[in-house]
Design a protein around this ligand. Structure first.
Ligand SMILES: [Zn+2]
Length: 272
């Protein structure tokens, strides 16, 4: 039966990137989770972007079955972050509900934090993730080349995910070679022809390296663009991805769920 928004549920799907502490989702948190559950979402990774909201996503994950947390300081927030904030993130990272370090990365689009400062915060996150043996959740906007350079300079594989991937095939291949997974958000569903190359990348990637996400409350899939996004709609993106790859949606759902559970070491229980 279609959801109240009119799309078909799909199960099991995992929303691997949602900003659940955002006020737009917190305003009706119980409803958000209930709608996700009825759309087929089994688990959600809630993502921190500052020390304070990393603490919030950890608290949400600790008190809601099926929710897990990633802790970190987003490159656009790093300009405001202190060493005390970093200590808080590093402390939170040892908690049982924490499955990844991030959101970290680089951003030349908003350019809120001086770029060399972004690079040093990114390096700190990569180092912490490596030391704690946790995957890293990476953000990149208008700077995948810089990002790939910094990762290559580590001289070791990087376990984690390039979230909301929006690059070309060469960039995708470089990230795969480094060991990363790539995650797709609502962009895949947009009707702009300019996104056809991204759909080509999505069609060609090895199935075992693909994740799906909403990036809620951002990046609502078509036809919900312009409204705050929520985890339920990961089913819309998953169905479009299955169509792009010529796959059965149920098989695509199961494969991406298996990938997320393997990468983040999520237990198959509890679910939402
Ligand atoms: Zn994000």
């Amino acid at each position: 039966m279609p959801t109240p928004e009119g799309f078909e549920p799909l199960s099991p799907v995992i929303d691997t990137h949602a900003h659940l502490d955002d006020g737009r989702l917190r305003a009706d948190f119980a409803g958000t989770i209930a709608r996700a559950k009825s759309a087929g979402v089994v688990q959600i990774v809630a993502i921190g972007t500052t020390a304070a909201d990393s603490a919030e996503v950890v608290a949400l994950a600790g008190s809601n079955p099926g929710l897990f947390a990633a802790v970190g300081i987003h490159p656009n927030e790093a300009v405001h972050a202190t060493d005390g904030d970093w200590d808080a993130v590093a402390e939170l990272a040892r908690g049982p509900a924490v499955v990844a370090i991030g959101e970290t990365g680089l951003d030349r689009h908003w350019d809120q934090t001086p770029f060399d400062l972004q690079q040093s915060w990114f390096a700190r996150h990569l180092d912490l993730a490596h030391r704690l043996d946790l995957p890293v959740v990476i953000h990149a906007r208008d700077c995948l080349g810089d990002l790939i350079d910094q990762l290559r300079a580590l001289g070791r594989p990087v376990i984690g995910v390039q979230h909301s991937f929006a690059g070309n095939w060469d960039e995708a291949s470089a990230l795969l070679d480094l060991g990363l997974h790539l995650s797709f958000a609502g962009m895949l569903t947009y009707t702009n022809r300019s996104l056809d190359p991204l759909r080509d990348v999505a069609a060609r990637l090895p199935l075992d390296r693909i994740l799906i996400e909403t990036d809620s409350p951002y990046l609502s899939p078509h036809p919900f663009r312009g409204r705050p996004n929520e985890p339920a709609r990961v089913a819309v993106t998953a169905r479009r991805l299955a169509e792009i790859r010529g796959m059965d949606p149920g098989q695509l759902a199961q494969a991406t769920t298996d990938n997320a559970r393997r990468l983040f070491r999520l237990p198959s229980w509890p679910t939402l």
